[in-house]
Write a new protein. Structure first.
Length: 201
């Protein structure tokens, strides 16, 4: 597509997202930066911000998430990414908390129309934990357990990570689970997923 439409940001944004998914960060960065230069789009900014976060450039990631939110502020994952970038980048705690609250508000609203979305429940439980809403986090994780059958392994791992965090604060007991090994390997949870032009909202 980039060969047919070399002046279109969409082709570079899509190619960058695909390369990011394949863990070709250098190729992803080249194409996402090209897309943003031609014409900033929500998806390109979102993915480039997440790439910057993965690479430990938290201040730059926060700036890119903010630019993406100027174009579309409806996705809780981008607000979550902004909160994480601010937190890891050393911003004032209130700045990170503001982003987490925006993310939680949007996730809660989406749950009203998609109450069985287990991934969304897991995200919201983690956000409530960041906001020190221990009771709410416990209620959400209990609710998620009722929908846990059929979870894919990646969601199960994320679910167990939230349970681990809750257990560390004495909110729920921690039992063994398939996410234990992965939790030990990973020091932090990524702020979002690779976004694409046709990604589910």
């Amino acid at each position: 597509m980039v060969e047919l439409l070399p002046d279109s940001s969409i082709g570079y944004a899509d190619l960058g997202a695909c390369l990011f998914y394949l863990d070709d960060r250098s190729g992803a960065r080249t194409n996402l930066e090209k897309a943003v230069t031609i014409g900033p789009s929500y998806w390109a900014l979102h993915n480039l911000a997440t790439l910057e976060f993965y690479d430990g450039r938290y201040a730059e990631a926060a700036k890119l998430y903010e630019r993406a939110l100027e174009l579309d502020d409806s996705d809780h994952l981008v607000w979550l990414g902004l909160g994480e970038a601010r937190r890891f980048g050393g911003s004032a705690p209130d700045d990170a908390r503001e982003a987490y609250q925006q993310a939680a508000d949007r996730a809660s609203r989406r749950l009203q129309t998609d109450p069985g979305n287990t991934g969304l429940l897991i995200d919201l439980a983690g956000l409530e934990l960041q906001l020190d809403q221990r009771t709410e986090a416990r209620e959400i994780i209990d609710r998620q357990d009722r929908f846990s059958m059929g979870l894919c392994s990646c969601r199960h791992e994320k679910h167990h990570a939230v349970q681990h965090a809750l257990a560390q604060q004495g909110i729920v007991p921690l039992g063994p689970g398939p996410g234990d090994d992965a939790l030990q390997r990973r020091q932090q949870v990524a702020p979002g997923q690779v976004a694409g032009q046709n990604a589910e909202q």
